[in-house]
Ligand binder design. Structure first.
Ligand code: M6R
Length: 608
């Protein structure tokens, strides 16, 4: 999604803007731009569709400037073009915006009647011109004009604003889209994402809903409802190295390689005397004895992690669990109340649909718990309780290590729920926790060490345009994640199917040569899977089987077999998903795709 960076200090602001925008590229964008004051105090703008390099070319040689704002745009209103790129504005001001102004059409008509004209198709230009109206025509102060303008908007925004007559100030505002103020020595930043400024500072203030900030070289003053608010200075725990590729070809493969360590770090503080321990998270697990149902609500990969939890909560804790797509949940009038726990899973903690689902769950009186990776994100702050995954920054659009830490943590939580509900004895719980903490990271590392074997499989499927992932039980849920990963980065169309369901219609698409990736990590379902694989082979499919270490596979069952490292069936999903991620990665690489920045996608989806 869109990204914002701003700098004011003694250094060259345009240099900081370009570096900040480069760090924000991972969020997904289709144009970029900047506004800055030059050394004569003139307010200048540069913008260009396409990659950041296009805007950068227009900023070379670097203009002298110590104050500016920059933006990467992910098109919502109007196609990617120079004109639709941010900043937008007038002679008197420039503005960059993340979010959506829902009532822009009505305001545009009103401003047109007042004589304003519009160049772009964007909602942002309407906000900029509304601000101009209050500042230039109604002669309000900068602060009052921003307050009036934002009071008129319906939707979400993070804003960075420069006024032409104030070359020593950046204004910022937040409602529904994240924005922070970075604090350096004699310099300040504004940013939509900490990774944009990590190279320079880890200290920041987080803007809360409805706040407006006045940022100068020396000071950052935050206001809410016209009154100054004292903000807590926070320190980011992520290192710049964690947000850089560090010698890997892509962030995605770096992040897959980080999985074993990330799983251990996420679990470490939550295990005590060999048993789950959530007290230091401030989450009272006794709730599992009171509730009658868990609703897991999330999007994309995070939702697929929830599917794995549904299986484990059911089998270990005998706790009914529904997994719901956040964008559906929020409009389906869900039947939830005080006997339900709504569990929101989100890497970014800013996904608009997941956040809206959380708010709805709270409104309906359900208890809420969030599993989130980004500390201090909106979902983390609004849920009744939060369990942070500790994966470090996930930069690649394709989520990998986030899924691994989410599912590992959800498994530990399920063991705890089973203990609280008296469905598991201490020895059985300890055995599971030991395997999760000791064996799972090793098994994932073993899978990664076999990257070349997996690459060979990926290169076989890469030339195809359609394929199927099939599985039963947990393997069906894994299939969903394998299929999503492959689609999003390699653009190969694939479908995840419950293996037994294929013959109820979809097998008509299985023609000679179509690859079938069959997941067989659940021993009790193995024989059934073999029958389903044979059904596809009989129609000429090229079959790939991902099988647990100890399953005896008769010759000829599948054309290619990838064996998982030795691990119990309950936890096989973790090395298995790693194999699926590597298949997607190498298939995309073989097809020459832009792996870390797949077309049309954004890392953090902050619009509906
Ligand atoms: O930040 P979130 O975990 O809430 O994001 C949810 C999805 O947008 C995300 O998992 C998406 O599906 C990934 N690109 C998949 O790799």
């Amino acid at each position: 999604m869109c990204g914002i960076i701003g700098y004011i200090g003694k250094d060259n602001s345009v240099k900081h803007l370009i570096e900040g925008l480069r760090a924000l590229e991972y969020r997904g964008y289709d144009s970029a731009g900047a506004a800055f004051f030059d050394n004569e105090g003139r307010l200048c703008s540069v913008k260009a569709a396409g990659r950041l390099a296009n805007a950068e070319a227009k900023l070379t040689p670097l203009p002298d400037s110590t104050c500016g704002i920059g933006h990467t745009r992910w098109a919502t209103h109007g196609a990617p073009s120079d004109t639709n790129s941010h900043p937008h504005g007038t002679e008197s001001l420039r503005l960059v915006h993340n979010g959506i102004v829902e009532n822009y059409a009505a305001i545009k008509t009103e401003l047109s009647d007042l004589g304003y004209t519009f160049e772009s198709d964007t909602d942002t230009e309407v906000a900029a011109k509304l601000l101009d109206y209050y500042y230039m025509k109604e002669k309000l102060t900068a602060h009052a004009a921003i307050e009036r303008m934002t009071s008129r908007l319906v939707g979400s925004w993070a804003l960075g604003i420069l006024f032409a007559d104030a070359p020593d100030t950046i204004w910022a505002a937040r409602q529904g889209s994240p924005l922070i103020i970075g604090v350096g020595k004699d310099e300040h930043y504004i940013a939509s994402d900490i990774t944009a400024i990590l190279r320079y500072t880890k200290d920041y203030y987080q803007l809360d809903e409805g706040e407006i900030a006045k940022v100068t070289r020396e000071t950052a003053t935050v206001y809410k409802d016209g009154k100054e608010v004292i903000k807590e200075l926070k320190t980011a725990h992520w290192d710049i190295e964690a947000a850089e590729r560090g010698g890997y070809a892509h962030f995605m493969i770096k992040e897959i390689n980080e999985e074993p360590a990330a799983i251990r770090t996420t679990l470490h503080s939550r295990i005590k005397d060999g048993l789950p321990y959530f007290s230091s998270d401030g989450f009272d697990t006794k709730i599992f004895a009171r509730i009658s149902r868990v609703h897991i609500v999330a999007c994309g990969t995070a939702m697929h992690a929830g599917l794995i939890a549904k299986g484990v909560l059911g089998s270990l804790a005998k706790l009914p669990c529904e997994v719901e797509i956040a964008s559906e949940f929020r409009y389906n009038d869900p039947l939830i109340g005080e006997h339900d726990l709504v569990l929101i899973i989100s890497q970014s903690g800013e996904t608009a649909d997941s956040l809206a689902a959380l708010r709805l769950a709270k409104e309906k009186g359900a208890a809420t718990l969030a599993i989130v990776n980004v500390i201090g994100s909106s979902i983390a702050r609004e849920a009744d309780a939060v369990l942070y995954t500790m994966a470090g920054p996930e930069i690649a659009v394709a989520s990998t290590k986030a899924y691994s830490v989410q599912t590992a943590l959800l498994y530990l939580l399920s063991v705890e729920a089973a203990l609280v509900r008296g469905k598991l004895d201490l020895d059985a719980a300890k055995m599971r926790v030991t395997e999760l903490y000791e064996r799972v990271p090793e098994a994932v590392a073993e899978m990664i060490a076999r990257e070349n074997e997996i690459k060979a499989i990926a290169e076989k499927i890469a030339p195809n345009e359609d394929l199927f992932f099939i599985g039963r039980g947990a393997d069906y849920y894994l299939a969903a994640e394998g299929s999503l990963k492959l689609k999003e980065i390699s653009y190969i169309h694939s479908e995840a199917y419950a293996a037994g369901e294929l013959k109820h219609g979809t097998i008509s698409l299985v023609t000679p040569g179509v690859p079938i990736i069959a997941l067989c990590t659940v021993p009790r379902l193995y024989e059934k899977m073999v029958s389903n694989i044979r059904e596809t082979k009989a129609r000429g499919a090229e079959t790939f089987m991902i099988a647990s270490a100890d399953t005896g596979v008769a010759d000829g069952t599948a054309d290619h077999i990838l064996r998982l490292p030795a691990i119990s069936a309950e936890l096989a999903f973790l090395p298995a998903v790693c194999a699926l991620q590597l298949i997607a990665y190498h298939a995309a690489a073989a097809r020459g795709c832009d792996i870390d920045k797949p077309r049309n996608l954004a890392k953090s989806v902050t619009v509906e």
